[in-house]
Ligand binder design. Structure first.
Ligand SMILES: Cc1ncc(COP(=O)(O)O)c(C=O)c1O
Length: 393
């Protein structure tokens, strides 16, 4: 079956007791047993829940995976993956990545004897240079958050396989509609399902997908043992969101293309970070491994003045100033003080993440209205423009 059909039907059957077409929300913590250990496959809801089971089957299908597991958040899913490792093991991560992932690795997990190193990954030779006998995992985000770098998944996998290293791809920005890393040989795909998968800014959730049975069993064991599981109502909301994932992604991508080109041609805009632009340094890799270029764009203004960037972010009317991304409504954000504030400023700047960078999550509104909104906000901001130097926030 093609993606759109799987989005609506994979793993989903009418409720056997009533025929309800929508998957019921099994709001229960436990299940009655006929005799000790004799039950219908459901013993306690941290371990198993029928609403979650349906979502997991559906998500596995969307990622062309044998298995999927859902978690209470993207960070819960990330935490579970790292618990596969042992003290002393090393993880090589892309240097441009979600600030919360950096925070979990550096502030929570490092003290358990794990080593995380952050390196540019757009050139696979650089990954190779940093591999040591202790490297167990490559942690890829592609497109990266917020600089929209593209990492060649196939090339990273080829390198990792020769050294018995697992490859994890955070596929949040692309969604399963645009990119399926397991098809390129990755071992685990991760999603913040809070974003495009849920799609309506009403749920926080994480998901993992994988083919290997042992990796699945180990992660399922961690899911139940550590307990970062999503509630059944959230699973229902994610299932409902997925039914339009393909439609939403098409509109996100179409709108983002128009906005990227509007920004690119705007006299006050300096850099535009969008993998769909032909002059994006990794455009060819994006074309090879993605079916389209997604709905996320970052940009800076000419002159690089902090006050102008702040003014743009507080002058938009349709783009709401908020953390998160991937919902139907357009959002505007300031990575340096919001999503990526937990990365030390020097490290951010060294990775190319300027204080003045503005990030857009392009929604599914009418694109003319979105362009007009950005145009007026940039106009208001740059008309004020006094030339103050960039300062730290
Ligand atoms: C790329 C990426 N990965 C993971 C996460 C974490 O997901 P969650 O907020 O669902 O815990 C985020 C959140 O913004 C993200 O942008």
């Amino acid at each position: 079956m093609k993606f759109a059909t799987r989005a609506l039907h994979a793993g989903i059957v009418p409720d056997p007791t009533t025929g309800a077409i929508m998957t019921p929300i099994y709001q229960t913590s436990t299940y009655v047993q006929e005799a000790p250990g004799q039950h219908k496959g459901y013993a306690y809801a941290r371990g198993q829940n029928p609403t979650r089971d349906v979502l997991q089957k559906n998500l596995a299908s969307l990622e062309n995976a044998k298995h999927a597991l859902c978690f209470s958040s993207g960070m819960g899913a990330t935490d579970a993956v790292i618990k596969l490792l042992n003290p002393g093991d090393e993880v090589l991560c892309t240097d441009d990545l979600y600030g919360g992932t950096f925070r979990l690795f550096s502030k929570v997990l490092e003290k358990f004897g794990l080593v995380f190193r952050y390196i540019p990954m757009t050139d696979t030779r650089n990954i190779e240079k940093h591999i040591t006998p202790k490297t167990r995992l490559l942690w890829l985000e592609t497109p990266t958050n917020p600089l929209m770098n593209i990492i060649d998944i196939g090339a990273a996998v080829q390198l990792a396989k020769t050294k018995n290293i697992m490859v994890v791809v955070d596929n949040t920005f692309a969604s399963p509609y645009l990119q399926n890393p397991l098809d390129m040989g990755a071992d685990i795909v991760l999603h913040s399902a809070t974003k495009y998968i849920g799609g309506h800014s009403d749920v926080v959730m994480g998901a993992l997908a994988m083919n290997n049975d042992k990796v699945y069993e180990d992660l399922k064991f961690i899911q139940n043992s550590s307990g970062a599981v999503p509630g059944p109502q959230d699973c229902f909301l994610a299932l409902r969101g997925i039914k339009t994932l393909h439609l939403r992604m098409e509109r996100h991508c179409a709108n983002a293309k128009v906005i990227a080109s509007f920004l690119k041609n705007h006299s006050k805009v300096d850099n535009v970070y969008y993998p769909g632009l032909p002059d994006h340094p990794n455009h060819d890799v994006a074309k090879k491994q993605m079916r389209d270029f997604g709905g996320m764009i970052s940009f800076t203004l000419k002159g690089d003045r902090m006050e102008e960037a702040v003014k743009v972010m507080s002058s938009t009317e349709l783009f709401s100033l908020a953390e998160s991304l991937g919902g139907v409504e357009s959002l505007i954000g300031h990575p340096a003080s919001m999503t990526h504030a937990s990365i030390p400023r020097e490290q951010r700047l060294a990775n190319g993440l300027k204080d003045t960078l503005i990030r857009l999550s392009v929604g599914v509104e009418d694109v003319d209205d979105l362009v007009a909104d950005l145009d007026q906000a940039i106009g208001v901001a740059t008309a004020v423009g006094k030339s103050h130097p960039v300062t730290s926030m």
